[in-house]
Design a protein around this ligand. Structure first.
Ligand SMILES: *[C@@H]1O[C@H](CO)[C@@H](O)[C@H](O)[C@H]1NC(C)=O
Ligand SMILES: *[C@@H]1O[C@H](CO)[C@@H](O)[C@H](O)[C@H]1NC(C)=O
Ligand SMILES: *[C@@H]1O[C@H](CO)[C@@H](O)[C@H](O)[C@H]1NC(C)=O
Length: 375
């Protein structure tokens, strides 16, 4: 999750002059980053030092350095995929027996164990050594869970401007050419610079382990979907949606059809004394996909669903939306009432309101969507 500090506030504090509007066709400039601060606003070049200062102030921006130049070509490619019938519809819920059996095998102990591994890194900053190690750790855990299944592929996606890699695990699907269903979380954490302690238990350790435990239970059940189902752990979300921007652009450049990208960024916190709900972000997401997922919550979850908005560039769903793909974002609670300890050394499992049963509800939703959409 990127938080909600307005750029103007920070510019005042720093006394930055806003650079002149970018030449949209400019090549990446060494030592600079091209940052966008709102939809339909031209991005601006900043020095990396200026960018890092904005990052440490938790300003919302999307780093479009490597994706701006060919954005129109990518959108045209993705638009040309829209004829595929699977892209427009979602199935009637029919897999109750299978879904409920896999859900029954989900384990809070596993969520706790996976999260303890992630929070033990000093931080998972996208430019720190421990951040790179956290990516390797997730890749190795997921590869271990996949075992020797030939239809499952676990790879790390290398980013050209920083060392932390995104992790991608794929179920090939009986029809590997069918539109892909993607579940995403971001593996990085931040509380300041590259050495600051950032356990990131909720942001986004919670979403990361939600995906690991759902993946484990699916593999153990012998799940072999009819269509490709991909699990993504993105690098560098806190650096301006870096990992998801690059990964989404790579799918679009390859004209890969994507039926759904479902983002899990913060699944653990529910405010004390408020009715818990899986809360769907309604801006920069797809309303049909969101409606479908809310029907899965009604069928399979012990809590209800709600809606909220989160604004420009707040998480990786936006990278898929900006490439023309449908995305959805089930979030822990209403924006503004979410975990007050994120982006600090206090983002731990001891935050009052941090709830393993809440996280388990999101894990159930991932299992349900993977099985229903992969049937
Ligand atoms: C697994 O990933 C590698 C690297 O991306 C790729 O070359 C290979 O074709 C993939 N295999 C399958 C079965 O998808
Ligand atoms: C649930 O877990 C048990 C014990 O590991 C296993 O034998 C069983 O096949 C699992 N069932 C499903 C549906 O995954
Ligand atoms: C929650 O409700 C309980 C009992 O009604 C009350 O004692 C407590 O102060 C409330 N906590 C918060 C955070 O509002």
């Amino acid at each position: 999750m990127k938080s909600f500090v307005a750029l103007a506030t920070v510019l005042l504090q720093f006394g930055f002059a806003v650079a002149s509007p970018v030449d949209a066709f400019a090549k990446p400039r060494p030592g600079f980053a091209l940052l966008q601060f709102a939809d339909d606003v031209e991005p601006v070049w900043y020095t990396l030092a200026e960018k890092y200062a904005l990052e440490e102030k938790f300003v919302k921006f999307v780093d479009v350095t490597e994706t701006w130049a060919d954005r129109k070509e990518r959108l045209a490619k993705v638009a040309s995929l829209k004829a595929n019938a699977l892209l427009a519809t979602f199935p009637v819920i029919s897999q109750q027996e299978t879904v409920n059996a896999v859900i029954a095998n989900l384990s809070i102990e596993n969520l706790q164990s996976y999260l303890a591994t992630l929070t033990a890194f000093n931080n998972r900053h996208y430019r720190s050594t421990t951040g790179a190690q956290a990516s390797n750790s997730i890749a190795s855990t997921v590869q271990g869970l996949a075992g020797d299944r030939e239809d499952i592929n676990v790879t790390q996606f290398t980013h050209s401007s920083f060392t932390q890699k995104s992790v991608i695990a794929t179920f090939a699907g009986a029809d590997p050419t069918a539109p892909v269903v993607i579940f995403g979380a971001h593996l990085d954490s931040i509380s300041g610079g590259t050495t600051a302690r950032a356990p990131g238990a909720d942001d986004d350790g919670s979403g990361s382990v939600t995906l690991i435990e759902a993946f484990r239970a699916l593999v153990e059940s012998g799940y072999a979907p009819s269509v490709p189902i991909h699990f993504h752990w993105y690098a560098g979300e806190e650096g301006g949606l870096l990992g998801s921007s690059a990964v989404a652009a790579s799918y679009a450049r390859a004209a890969t059809p994507v039926r759904a990208q479902i983002q899990l960024d913060m699944t653990a916190y529910t405010p004390p004394n408020k009715t818990a709900a899986i809360t769907f972000i309604t801006d920069r997401t797809d309303s049909s996909l969101t409606t479908y997922l809310r029907s899965l919550v009604a069928e399979y979850n012990s809590i209800g669903s709600a809606t909220s908005t989160c604004g420009y560039g707040c998480s990786d769903h936006a990278s898929w939306t900006s490439n023309g793909y449908p995305s959805a974002f089930p979030f822990e609670t209403t924006l503004g009432q979410d975990n007050p300890n994120i982006h600090s050394s206090a983002d731990t499992i001891n935050t009052p309101g941090f709830s393993w049963t809440h996280m388990l509800e999101f894990t159930k939703l991932v299992v349900a969507a993977a099985i229903e959409l992969g049937a």
